[in-house]
Design a protein around this ligand. Structure first.
Ligand code: SAM
Length: 322
């Protein structure tokens, strides 16, 4: 097992199935152009082999399928069928929910039991301004259908000053009423926000600001979370839970166990590092040749992790897998 000086190892793998997305969220893609799939994206078979090799080489236990938007990818079915047979402790998905109802039978058949849906507002016109694609009612319907099919839903919201702060309480109430867990994600200095401090600071909303807002209506208690959890979790007694992924306010680098594989075959050990390691060619090789080379690259990828705190990264989330 590859472990660093701080006792960190890779347990959680995030796969960006494609960089293509049917949204162009303002904080993710500054020019508003929707991203298409890269020409050199790996096949579903190569990506699934990547998962199998990383289970062996790094001790991966849990897989999250993300992107880009994973549900737009033609590779989805073949990839999910293959990884469903690998004995992973958990396979989950992060989606913007636009195609959730349509893809639900496939996801249920593949054994997906947990889905994170990104949703920044319940206001249809603010939704159009932030996501610059998709339709709010379709997302809400997709979540209803997924919940009715027994899937556990978490909702990811990025609070942005001046754009959706008025939606913090409506979204929290919406989620509490339906038994979805709301996760606020503090805005991260990724992509254009890594180099534009003004744009970042103008929009950034901290954990403390969120808690003050929520505290005006509800009493909450801090709840238990696994050691390598990225979210600080809270319980509103009798009503449910919410969480905050507080990259800036409560950095979690010291316990980070995440590894990312991009759709074009690059391993990223840390969102905050510009280092990446190409493994696309190794995934076509037989196991006995691929694993030793992969292990050498995993040592480097683990060495890319920050010691204490997230400091930002120029790669946009859609490429690296949010
Ligand atoms: N398309 C899928 C979706 O919308 O969930 C998966 C990819 S998306 C990049 C994953 C998550 O990253 C979303 O919840 C999105 O809000 C979040 N995200 C993207 N850029 C971010 C940033 N700069 N700061 C915080 N969260 C960000």
């Amino acid at each position: 097992m590859i472990v660093d000086r701080q006792g960190r190892r890779f347990r959680n793998l995030r796969i960006s199935l494609t960089s293509a997305c049917n949204y162009a969220c303002t904080y993710c893609v500054p020019n508003g152009k929707r991203l298409v799939a890269a020409q050199d994206e790996l096949s579903a078979e190569a990506m699934a082999r990547g998962v199998a090799y990383l289970i062996e080489a790094a001790g991966i236990e849990r897989l999250r399928i993300t992107g880009g938007e994973p549900l737009v990818s033609p590779k989805l079915e073949a990839f999910m069928t293959a990884v469903g047979q690998m004995g992973l402790a958990d396979i989950s998905l992060t989606t913007n929910g636009q195609l959730l109802a349509k893809k639900l039978p496939l996801l249920v058949d593949a054994g997906i039991r947990r889905i994170n849906v990104s949703l920044d507002t319940l206001d249809a016109s603010a939704f159009r301004c932030i996501a610059r694609g998709g339709d709010l009612a379709t997302v809400l319907d997709g979540m209803d259908q997924a919940a009715a099919a027994g899937i556990k839903i978490k909702v990811n919201m990025v609070p942005l000053r001046g754009q959706n702060l008025d939606q913090v309480m409506p979204l929290l109430d919406y989620c509490l009423e339906r038994g979805y867990e709301l996760r606020f994600i503090e805005l991260m200095r990724m992509g254009h926000l890594a180099s534009d401090s003004n744009a970042f600071l103008q929009q950034f909303v901290s954990l403390q600001q969120l808690l003050s807002l929520i505290g005006e209506r509800y009493e909450y208690l801090q709840a238990d979370a696994p050691v390598d959890a990225t979210a600080v979790r809270y319980q509103i007694p009798g009503l449910g839970h919410f969480g905050v992924i507080a990259n800036e306010s409560v950095p979690f680098c010291r316990t980070c166990s995440r590894l990312r594989l991009s759709s074009t075959g690059w391993l990223h050990g840390c969102l905050s590092s510009s280092n990446r390691h190409y493994v696309g060619d190794l995934l076509d090789k037989p196991r006995h040749q691929a694993l030793p080379a992969l292990q050498r690259l995993l040592v480097k990828a683990l060495g890319d992790k920050q010691e204490v705190a997230f400091s930002g990264g120029v790669t946009i989330m859609k490429i690296i897998g949010g």
